[in-house]
Design a protein around this ligand. Structure first.
Ligand SMILES: O=C(O)[C@H](O)COP(=O)(O)O
Ligand SMILES: [Mn+2]
Ligand SMILES: [Mn+2]
Length: 558
């Protein structure tokens, strides 16, 4: 115990034993919604998940996974992997990046901080470049925040601004890029009237340009670098609106995958390469898909691709993206301080932990789960395994992804007897759901269900316990709906929803190691993802810290 009275030691649970092997399975993008033709989970064969549901209400229930339950600004904010895994791992609700940026903009503090003062040093003689996702999805970024940032910079002496936009179509409807570009162009026109030279300089679809994650495919970041920094891209236009409209007209074009483009002047010269003395802000608040670019912009030593030129810039992230790596060194808003996560507590209490997913979700069950912290708490007690994801494809082409491989790794870890907690993320429902391909998403959900079965069978063999849950909805509703819940039509066609949803997610507990009297309490009706950590700690035989969101379970005499 330290002088403050703080201790990592968790009290013993009065009724539940230690030493059980526990599988914690997170089905990514697996919400609960009414059965209908757009509910891919319902329409897939999912015998394992269906059988768990029969355990309701004692061993199966729903928990909230969106809005304030996961620290987002409003109840209209859909859940996402970052906030979902943060809540699952941390056991408490933290105001998240979206909210923290809102507050900093509202109070004006963002413009008084070190990060802004640093980039401001370039305003007199250099250009301010803003790079990020042009969207109101609220998952990685928000257009209204960019607008306030532009306004704030314009009131504080900026003379030249260049925007490098990434079109979305993943957290928002495909095709919405056109409207966002129009809005932004209007704002920039107003800045120009005030004498500020403000333009969009480059762009591209988020999944094709810049926003890769967990180092799955550096060529994505390189395509962005070439356009944003070098001013080079296969497509050249004289306006961003023309760019997006033209590129969207190609067969099968999609906002997520638009090719990189640069905006050029009458002489064909790019209007906004990044050069020595400029300032750069990456305006996404969410870390996972900005970290790779942040490294390229900041690290002197870098060999992931040939940068050709490494301009001497003043660079700040909207947030600090990685607290361990201190990346980037400068940022406009401090990230949530997610401390004392369940992973850290459990390791301090001797719980041996195995975590696994494939690359595209690997950081979710490690970095996000551990409060946006990379690396092990204690390498002697933990093992994290990453299974390489396919790269260069959209996941509707391979909807089974690496579900079986992840499950087999988990099974091996369970049967090895070397671990007390085996934690996985099964990405299928989410990654394939984001493609908007309904047939493929049904295949994806079936594959995830089969993977769950492999893990539950292993738990059965060792007399363990399982906790099966999800981080937010996605595959259970693939259509945009009106307020009354009816599919919304556009030009006579339904609009496919590629984004997450506001739906709750299931949580199921069971397995031969679950003590007979354990059941879900009925007095936590509004329970959310943050209640899961205390629940899992109890199942490991510990009481949760008193400031954690309450456990979902009770133990009754049987
Ligand atoms: O980054 C993404 O793929 C989407 O914007 C959100 O999906 P995730 O929160 O499930 O990662
Ligand atoms: Mn997710
Ligand atoms: Mn997702």
């Amino acid at each position: 115990m330290g002088s403050s009275g703080f201790s990592w030691k968790l009290p013993d649970h009065p009724k539940l034993p230690k030493g059980k092997t526990i599988a914690v399975i997170v089905l990514d993008g697996w919400g609960e919604a009414n059965p209908n033709e757009y509910n891919c989970i319902h329409n897939a064969e999912t015998p394992t998940m269906d059988s768990l549901k029969k355990g309701a209400p004692e061993h199966w229930r729903l928990v909230r996974a969106h809005g304030k339950a996961v620290g987002l600004p409003t109840e209209d904010d859909m859940g996402n992997s970052e906030v979902g895994h943060n809540a699952l791992g941390a056991g408490r609700i933290f105001a998240q990046g979206a909210k923290l940026v809102d507050l900093a903009l509202e109070s004006g503090k963002i413009f008084e901080g070190d990060g802004f003062n640093y980039i401001k040093e370039s305003f007199e003689t250099g250009t301010l470049h803003l790079i990020g996702l042009l969207s109101d999805g609220g998952v990685h970024s928000r257009l209204d925040q960019v607008q306030l940032l532009l306004k704030g910079a314009s009131e504080r002496g900026v003379k030249r601004i260049r925007l490098h936009i990434l079109t979305d179509g993943r957290d928002v409807l495909d095709g919405s890029s056109v409207g966002f570009v129009e809005t932004l162009e209007n704002d920039l026109a107003k800045l120009r009237e005030k004498g500020i030279d403000a333009k969009i300089a480059s762009g591209g679809g988020r999944m094709n340009v810049t926003m890769d994650r967990y180092e799955n495919d550096w060529s994505v970041v390189k395509r962005g670098w070439d356009a944003q920094v070098l001013g080079e891209a296969p497509f050249k236009f004289t306006s961003a609106l023309e760019a997006v409209k033209t590129l969207r007209a190609a067969p099968k074009a999609n906002d997520q995958y638009l090719p990189p483009f640069v905006i050029v002047d009458e002489s064909g010269k790019s209007v906004g390469p990044i050069v020595d003395g400029d300032a750069v802000v990456t305006f996404n608040f969410r870390a996972d898909r900005m970290t790779m670019l942040a490294k390229a912009l900041e690290y002197e030593k870098f060999d992931n691709f040939d940068r050709v030129r490494f301009p001497k810039i003043r660079y700040a992230g909207m947030l600090e993206y990685d607290g361990e790596l201190k990346l980037p060194r400068h940022y406009l808003v401090s990230p949530p301080e997610i401390d004392r996560t369940s992973g850290e507590y459990l390791v301090h209490n001797g719980v041996r932990t195995f975590a696994c997913s494939e690359t595209v979700k690997f950081g979710h069950v490690t970095f996000f789960w551990n409060g946006n912290r990379s690396g092990y708490f204690n390498a002697d007690l933990e093992q994290y395994v990453e299974i390489p994801s396919d790269s260069g494809i959209t996941f509707n082409e391979q909807p089974k992804m690496k579900a079986v491989e992840i499950a087999e790794k988990a099974k091996e870890a369970i049967l090895s007897g070397k671990f007390d907690q085996i934690r996985v993320n099964l990405p299928n429902g989410d990654m394939v759901g984001h493609t908007g391909d309904i047939e493929a998403t049904i295949v994806a959900c079936k594959a995830a269900d089969e993977a769950v079965k492999i893990i539950l069978d292993a738990i059965q063999q060792v007399g363990g316990i399982y906790v099966v849950t999800a981080d937010h909805g996605n595959a259970e509703d693939m259509v945009k709906r009106d307020k009354a819940g009816k599919p919304l039509l556009k030009d006579g066609k339904v609009q496919i929803l590629t984004s997450h949803t506001l739906e709750p997610v299931p949580i199921a507990i069971g397995g031969p190691g679950l003590a007979p009297g354990v059941r879900f309490r009925n007095d936590v009706p509004t329970g959310g993802l943050a209640n899961v950590a205390a629940t899992v700690m109890n199942l490991h035989g510990f009481e949760a810290p008193s400031d954690y969101e309450t456990t979902l379970i009770e133990v009754v005499d049987k």
